[in-house]
Design a protein around this ligand. Structure first.
Ligand code: ATP
Ligand code: MG
Length: 665
C-alpha cells in the first residue's frame, strides 16, 4: 500500500502511535501522505472508512482527494469515508445535532451578501465601510467565542459598543430565520460540543482518525473543533507548510502549528524534503523568493527532476495585450507540445484581473473554468433560483422569501411586504408563517392577499414533496410553475436573457447530476449549494484552462502556469504593511510552486483606471528571484524578442519614460 511513497513519507503514513504533524514545503507529497494513509488505515489497520475523516480547505481540494483515494481503495472499502472541508463537516454536525441548539435540521446557510443585507437593514446604514467593518468584527467575535452579551459587557469604544448591539440583533435575526452564517458552521459545533458532552462523544465515537490538510491556514475555531474531535484519543495527522499560510486576513493563524506542540506533548513532527512536483529551476526561484521572509521553521526542498526551462518574465504593454499574448502563447504551446487545455493555469491576485483573459479565451474559443471567482453562484439568475430552493427547504428563511416572492414579480409589492413584515416582526415569526395567520387577511387588500396565499401555498406544496420526490422532477416543475424563462425574456434584452437562461439550465442540470450521484434529496442539495462559496467555483470535468485566484490554487498543480498582473499594488497588494508583504510573498510562493514544468510571470507597463492611464511597476517579487533562472521578454506588442535582464530593465525604463510622456500629452 505504501510502496509508492519514499521512506520518510512512508514513516508518516504508517505512524499511529500518537498525534503527528508533517511540516514540509510545497510539492513534497503532504497531500499524498494523507491519501495513502487513508488507504493504509483501511486496508492494513482494520479501520472502517466511515470512522476516518479527511479535512481539506476547498471543495475542489476535497473532490480531488476523494478521487485520489478512489484510485487507491476499491469503492466498497471507501464507503462512508468523510472527505470534506471544515465548513461541510461543521454543517453535517449541525444538521445531525440541530435540535440541541434549537435549530431544525433544514436550517438555511446565509452567504456573506445575505448577511450584508441583514446588517444593512439592522443598522439602517448605507455606509459600505461601516457594514464591512461590522461584518469583520462579528466574524472576529465569533472566532474568539465572544457571545453578543460578552461583547456588550466588554465595552470598548463607542463604535464597538454599537457594533456589539448590532451583533446581538444580528444573532436574533439569524435565529428567527432559522439560519446560520459561514462562521457559525464552525463556531456552533464547537459551542455545541462544549455544552453537550454527549454530542461530542457521539462524534468522537463516529470519527476515530482525523487527517487535516493545509493545517497552516486553520483559524482558532477550526483548531478548537479539531481538538475536541480528536479528544483523548489524540489520533490525528495534520500536514502543513508555514510558507504557504495565506489566510491571516481571515483570522487563520500559523501559531496553530506551534500550539500543536504545546497542546500535544506527544506530538511527533516529520519533515519532508524532496519535491516531486517541479523542475529544479522552478524550485530554485521559489526557495529564493521565500527566503526573503523571516523564517518560522527551517525547511529544505530539493528536486531530482531536470533543470527545466527558465522562468519567463513578460512585460506587456497593457492589460489587453497581456491577455492576448498569454492566450496566444498558451495556444501555440499546446499545439507544439500536444498537451491538453487542462494542463494550463492562469493565476492572479484578484478576481477582476480575469476579465480580460476571459474575453480573450472566449474570442479564441478556448474552453476555461474560473475558480475562486464569484462567478457562477453569485450570478443574479442563479441566486434567484437558489432562493426558491432555500425557501422550500426552510420556509422561515426570510431573505429567500423576499427574493423569491418578488422574482419574477407577481403583483406583490413593497407595501404588501411591509405590512407582512411588521406583523411578523410583532409576532416574532417568519414572513411565511405570518402569511398564514388570519389577521393578515384583514390587513391586506383582497387581491394582494390572494396573490400572497397563492405563492405560499405553492411553496408548501413543493415543500411537502421535497424529501420524497426525485430532485430533478421537482426542479423542472418548479421552473415551469414560476415561469422564470418567460420572465427572463420579458425583462432582459434577448442576448442577455439567452445567457442567463443557459446558466439556469446548466445549474439545474448540474443539480440533477449531483443529486443523483450523491443520492441526495433536494433539501440536502440546498445546503450543499450554500457551501459552494467563493473559494470554489463550479466543478466541471472537462478539458479546460483553469483561471484561478492564487488563493484558490492552493494545493493544486499544473504542468504550465501563467501568473499574471505581477505588479506593485496588485501583488503585493496595495498598502500592505510589513506583515502584509510577507503574506503576499507567500501567496506568490504558492503561485510559483503550482507549476510543474513551465512558468511565466507577466506584468503590465500601464493600466487604465477610469479614463486615465497609469504607469505600473513590476512586482518587487520578480526582483527577488535569482536572475540566472529568469528570461526576460516582451515590452512591445510587435517585438517580443528575448533580452537579458539588463536590456530588459533599460527597455522597461525607456518604455516607462515613453508612457509617462504619453500620459502627459
Ligand atoms: P502542496 O504544499 O502544494 O499542497 P504537497 O506537499 O501536498 O504540495 P502533493 O500534492 O502531495 O504535495 O505532491 C506533489 C506531487 O508530487 C504530486 O503529483 C504527487 O503525486 C507527487 N509525489 C509526491 N510524492 C511522491 C513520490 N514518493 N513518488 C512519486 N510522486 C510523488
Ligand atoms: Mg497539498
Amino acid at each position: 500500500m505504501l510502496s509508492k511513497l519514499n521512506a520518510v513519507q512512508r514513516e508518516a503514513a504508517s505512524y499511529l502511535d500518537g498525534p503527528l504533524l508533517v511540516l514540509a514545503g510545497a510539492g513534497s507529497g503532504k497531500t499524498r501522505v494523507i491519501t495513502h494513509k487513508i488507504a493504509y488505515l483501511v486496508q492494513e489497520c482494520g479501520y472502517a472508512a466511515r470512522n476516518i475523516a479527511a479535512i481539506t480547505f476547498t471543495n475542489k481540494a476535497a473532490n480531488e482527494m476523494r478521487e485520489r483515494v478512489g484510485t487507491l481503495l476499491p469503492g466498497k472499502d471507501a464507503k462512508g469515508l468523510v472527505v470534506s472541508t471544515f465548513h461541510s463537516l461543521g454543517m453535517n454536525i449541525l444538521r445531525a445535532e440541530a435540535g440541541l441548539l434549537g435549530y431544525k435540521p433544514q436550517f438555511s446557510i446565509l452567504d456573506s451578501s445575505d448577511s450584508w443585507k441583514i446588517l444593512g437593514e439592522l443598522t439602517n446604514s448605507g455606509d459600505k465601510q461601516e457594514i464591512r467593518d461590522l461584518q469583520t468584527q462579528i466574524s472576529n467575535w465569533k472566532s474568539a467565542f465572544v457571545s453578543p452579551m460578552q461583547a456588550e459587557e466588554q465595552g470598548g469604544n463607542d463604535v464597538e459598543k454599537v457594533q456589539a448591539r448590532v451583533y446581538a440583533r444580528y444573532q436574533e435575526t439569524l435565529r428567527a430565520y432559522q439560519a446560520v452564517d459561514f462562521d457559525d458552521l464552525i463556531h456552533l459545533p464547537v459551542v455545541l460540543f462544549r455544552e453537550h458532552p454527549e454530542a461530542l462523544e457521539r462524534w468522537q465515537h463516529r470519527l476515530h482518525y482525523l487527517l487535516i490538510d493545509e493545517y497552516q491556514d486553520t483559524n482558532d475555531c477550526q483548531y478548537q473543533l479539531t481538538r475536541l474531535l480528536a479528544g483523548k484519543r489524540e489520533q490525528f495527522t495534520a500536514v502543513g507548510d508555514d510558507d504557504q499560510a495565506i489566510y491571516a486576513w481571515r483570522g487563520a493563524s500559523v501559531e496553530n502549528l506551534h500550539n500543536l506542540s504545546n497542546d500535544y506533548p506527544r506530538l511527533r513532527v516529520i519533515k519532508l524534503e524532496q519535491n516531486y512536483r517541479s523542475s529544479q529551476r522552478i524550485l530554485t526561484v521559489a526557495n529564493h523568493l521565500i527566503n526573503h521572509n523571516t523564517k518560522v521553521f527551517e525547511k529544505k526542498l530539493w528536486s531530482d527532476h531536470g533543470i527545466g526551462d527558465p522562468i519567463r518574465i513578460y512585460a506587456a504593454r497593457d492589460e489587453d495585450q497581456e491577455a492576448e499574448s498569454v492566450v496566444m502563447r498558451l495556444m501555440a504551446h499546446k499545439f507544439e507540445h500536444r498537451t491538453r487545455f487542462a494542463d494550463y493555469a492562469i493565476l492572479y491576485r484578484s478576481n477582476h484581473l480575469s476579465r480580460a483573459f476571459e474575453e480573450q479565451l472566449r474570442a479564441q474559443r478556448v474552453p476555461y473554468t474560473v475558480s475562486g471567482g464569484t462567478s457562477f453562484f453569485d450570478k443574479a439568475e442563479i441566486k434567484d433560483i437558489t432562493s426558491y430552493l432555500r425557501l422550500i427547504a426552510n420556509p422561515d428563511d426570510d431573505p429567500a422569501f423576499i427574493r423569491a416572492i418578488t422574482t419574477p414579480k407577481r403583483g406583490i409589492g413593497n407595501s404588501t411586504l411591509e405590512k407582512l413584515g411588521s406583523y411578523a416582526g410583532k409576532r416574532k415569526i417568519s414572513l411565511f408563517e405570518a402569511a398564514f395567520e388570519s389577521p393578515m387577511a384583514d390587513e391586506l387588500p383582497p387581491r394582494q392577499y390572494e396573490d400572497l396565499m397563492l405563492f405560499c401555498r405553492f411553496i408548501s406544496r413543493i415543500e411537502e414533496r421535497a424529501d420524497k420526490d426525485p430532485c430533478g422532477e421537482l426542479l423542472d416543475e418548479l421552473l415551469r410553475a414560476i415561469n422564470y424563462e418567460t420572465w427572463l425574456y420579458d425583462s432582459h434584452e434577448s442576448r442577455q436573457a439567452d445567457a442567463k437562461w443557459k446558466n439556469v439550465q446548466d445549474f439545474i442540470d448540474w443539480l440533477k447530476r449531483k443529486a443523483e450521484q450523491d443520492e441526495k434529496s433536494l433539501i440536502a442539495m440546498v445546503q450543499t449549494i450554500a457551501l459552494i462559496n467563493m473559494l470554489d467555483g463550479k466543478n466541471e470535468e472537462q478539458d479546460a484552462v483553469s483561471l484561478s485566484t492564487l488563493h484558490a490554487s492552493k494545493g493544486l498543480e499544473f504542468p504550465h502556469v501563467f501568473i499574471i498582473g505581477a505588479e506593485e499594488d496588485i501583488l503585493p497588494f496595495r498598502d500592505s504593511d510589513e506583515k502584509g508583504i510577507e503574506e503576499e510573498r507567500r501567496l506568490m510562493y504558492v503561485g510559483v510552486t503550482r507549476a510543474q514544468r513551465s512558468l511565466q510571470i507577466s506584468y503590465c507597463n500601464r493600466r487604465k483606471r477610469g479614463k486615465d492611464w497609469f504607469a505600473c511597476e513590476p512586482s518587487r517579487f520578480i526582483e527577488e528571484m535569482p536572475e540566472d533562472e529568469l528570461q526576460y521578454a516582451g515590452g512591445h506588442k510587435e517585438a517580443a524578442p528575448t533580452v537579458t535582464k539588463e536590456e530588459g530593465k533599460n527597455k522597461l525604463a525607456n518604455l516607462k519614460a515613453m508612457l509617462n510622456r504619453e500620459g502627459t500629452t
